[in-house]
Write a protein of this length. Structure first.
Length: 351
């Protein structure tokens, strides 16, 4: 980046107009405009004042501190790791100099922090020295925890939260964990540990049971989809084996029994086996009306006194109506329409 671009970018970051910069430096506005376009350069005597106005130092103004490429960062981090094996102190000094040289390179700072964080664990420094080094590593992670790079930001927050757990700073951990999307990093175990310290083991275990339940329900949906995809591609043997796994999983994880029928119904539907579909739909409707005693499983027994634990008394007639509507309206179920036995089954459940 040229010096003119630097002046323009940092001027805008500081919220200044060209006129304000000109007034401060006692030059004309067109002169500032020419600097930013790269047509001319500021007089050397103006540079210290210009740097102070833009809240940067001279090195930054002259582009001595640009971002490193990922390859350059990788090479430096590899070298840093090798040095840390011989001397953590030398590695730390080497890292500090590099960060001073590239203070805005978040990926570099994050990588350095992770390498030195691991190395510090294996070093032979006393507690006072460890604390001093640890403070510096935390400061680096706090800087990158606000990075514009989402990968760096999320990873930094997670490592920082881990360090705060070790330091028993649970309020700080909670604040950090709220910044991490569940879809990016699974911080469930860490959140459970924090809850256990703040609200007790039972509360933490109930939270973990909920996470487990959601996870297995998601896996159940994934398996259903895999069955459909194997049938679509003609891998019928694979579909049947996945159906068996799904059946076992439902029993193993204490899920609702009507889910045992779904995988086999999917297969029968793809194969347009009318007799099998009618039999399985009858079984599905019967099981769907029975309560789900989830609290009988040792995995979710803490739900017994919660609203969730008392809510699953059966899917009711709405489920029956929705299934009937799908069969009547979706093209893939056309082969079932007009079947007298199936119509009788639906009529019985809709009374």
């Amino acid at each position: 980046m040229q010096i003119g671009e630097k002046i323009k970018n940092y001027r805008k970051t500081a919220g200044l107009t060209q006129e304000q910069v000109a007034d401060y430096l006692d030059v004309s506005t067109p002169a500032v405009n020419k600097w930013e376009k790269g047509n001319t350069y500021p007089d050397i005597s103006l540079l210290p004042a210009l740097a102070r106005l833009l809240k940067i130092d001279m090195n930054e103004l002259f582009s001595f501190r640009e971002e490193l490429t990922e390859k350059e960062i990788g090479l430096f981090v590899n070298e840093l790791s090798e040095v840390s094996l011989d001397s953590f102190t030398k590695a730390f000094e080497m890292a500090s100099r590099k960060i001073q040289e590239y203070p805005h390179c978040d990926l570099l700072i994050y990588k350095i922090a992770t390498v030195l964080n691991a190395s510090l664990t294996l070093s032979d420094h006393n507690d006072e020295e460890r604390m001093e080094y640890n403070t510096a590593i935390i400061e680096w992670l706090e800087r990158t925890a606000d990075s514009q790079d989402e990968r760096v930001r999320n990873s930094s927050v997670f490592i920082l939260a881990t360090k705060y757990v070790q330091m028993e700073k649970y309020e700080e951990v909670n604040v950090l964990l709220k910044k991490i999307p569940d879809t990016v990093i699974d911080a469930t175990i860490m959140k459970t540990s924090v809850l256990a310290h703040q609200e007790g083991t039972d509360t933490a275990a109930l939270f973990l049971e909920g996470k487990l339940l959601q996870a297995v329900i998601n896996i159940q949906s994934y398996l259903y989809k895999l069955i459909e995809m194997e049938e679509e591609t003609g891998n019928h043997d694979k579909a049947e084996k996945i159906a068996e796994i799904t059946d076992q999983m439902i029993s193993l994880f204490g899920l609702w029994n009507y889910g045992n029928t779904v995988p086999y119904l999917l297969i029968a539907g793809y194969r347009k086996n009318v007799e099998k579909c009618v039999q399985l739909i009858k079984q599905l409707l019967s099981e769907s009306q029975k309560p789900w005693n989830m609290t009988q499983s040792p995995l979710y027994y803490r739900y017994e006194d919660t609203a969730q634990g008392k809510a699953f008394s059966g899917l009711g007639k709405n489920f029956v109506r929705e299934l009937y509507s799908e069969i009547e309206n979706k093209k893939e179920y056309e082969f079932l329409r007009g079947n007298k036995e199936l119509e009788s089954i639906f009529e019985e459940h809709l009374k």
